[in-house]
Design a protein around this ligand. Structure first.
Ligand code: TXA
Ligand code: MG
Length: 338
């Protein structure tokens, strides 16, 4: 698939126009945001939206985020623009915050998996904004990876994961924040955190008041944010978490795996004394860690790791997004699979 290099500081209008034309006629364009690369399609074109689900092999019940160039664009997609939404938009847009609000009927139900609410966000990336303005459309954009795999933070990750399923990739280098937006639900009485992400809940609470968290999913219960249940953000290698204070167990696991011929990788905050083939010393700052996490997981997969030992990250709200992604990457696949 064609990949076009674009300078994020000065996106070439010809490249942007070409991508916008593909979106307008119902095609798929992978583009950079400040969080991860998105797989974009015309949000008001049902056929285009279905193509996104198919390209990702994503269950149609898992709703998509609609990206718009500005607040006005978002307001056209919802039936209620609450005071809290207005305050959050003023404070954090463009930026890594996704708000779930009552869906306007002009948004096709396929976008939200039939839910009466729609997720909206204005991304803070010059290429994404230029594309949204040029296309002059709302654009659905899940992360541009096959469903449940590690999200892409570079165009190469998109090419490798789904290059044959997109019409164009806009390559503006590595994304800045490295994990996905924070998703909050504003449709209920109390604002609710659906997915921790690049923005910490404590950054939002001055505007929202105390945030409720998503109830733990049980059995067949329908999920508020279905993407939250599955094993997700997972590399091909098995990922095992170890506690910082339990380096002996991690060492023993690595030795046992190595004896069986497995290639072992590790993501650590402090050195680990173990037979690990590829050790990545990760930053001890949460934002810097997030910016590198997916890139390192992709790299360890590329190196052929069978097992990745990942040191648990510190407690505290700054680490919530990273902690969430690590634990979902480490989760066992559900027995029935989805
Ligand atoms: O940073 C991001 O949010 C990236 C970039 C490309 O913008 N996009 C992204 O999209 O992460 P995706 O599809 O990989 O994740 C969207 C999340 C899922 O957990 C989904 O269930 C939730 O948002 N979501 C979307 N629409 C929703 C809705 N109407 N109600 C509840 N949750 C929703
Ligand atoms: Mg995703």
């Amino acid at each position: 698939m064609p990949t076009i290099l674009v300078d994020p500081r000065n996106p070439d209008p010809h490249a942007i126009d070409r991508a916008a034309a593909i979106l307008r006629r119902g095609g798929l364009v992978a583009f950079p945001t400040e969080t991860v690369y998105g797989l974009g399609a015309h949000a008001l074109d049902e056929g285009a939206v279905r193509r996104v689900f198919r390209a990702k092999d994503r269950p149609e019940l898992n709703p998509l985020i609609v990206h718009v160039a500005d607040q006005d664009g978002a307001r056209r997609l919802v039936t209620a623009w609450t005071d809290i939404a207005a305050r959050l938009a003023a404070a954090f847009w463009p930026g890594p915050l996704t708000m779930v609000l009552p869906r306007h009927q002009r948004v096709p139900a396929v976008v939200t998996g039939g839910l009466p609410a729609v997720a909206v966000r204005v991304p803070a990336h010059p290429v994404a904004l230029a594309l949204l303005r040029a296309a002059d459309l709302p654009v659905v954009a899940p992360s541009a990876n096959p469903s449940a795999a590690v999200s892409p933070t570079r165009a190469e990750h998109v090419e490798r994961g789904m290059g044959d399923r997109v019409d164009l990739i806009l390559d503006a280098g590595q994304t800045r924040l490295g994990i996905e937006s924070t998703v909050i639900d504003l449709t209920g009485d109390q604002p609710r955190l659906l997915r921790p992400g690049a923005l910490a809940a404590t950054d939002l609470e001055p505007f929202t008041g105390p945030l409720a968290t998503a109830p733990a999913p049980t059995g067949s219960q329908r999920l508020a944010s279905p993407g939250m249940l599955e094993r997700h953000y997972a590399p091909r290698a098995r990922l095992a978490l170890f506690a910082s204070h339990d380096r002996e167990t991690a060492g023993a696991v690595a030795r046992a795996a190595a004896r069986e011929g497995a290639t072992v990788g590790a993501l650590v905050l402090r050195p680990l004394d173990a037979p690990v083939r590829h050790t990545v010393a990760m930053p001890t700052d949460a934002a810097a860690y997030a910016a590198r996490l997916y890139d390192e997981l992709h790299r360890l997969d590329q190196m052929g790791c069978d097992l990745i030992l990942a040191e648990q990250v510190p407690e505290g709200p700054a680490w919530d997004g990273v902690r969430d992604r690590l634990s979902r990457a480490a989760a066992e696949a559900p027995p029935s699979g989805t």
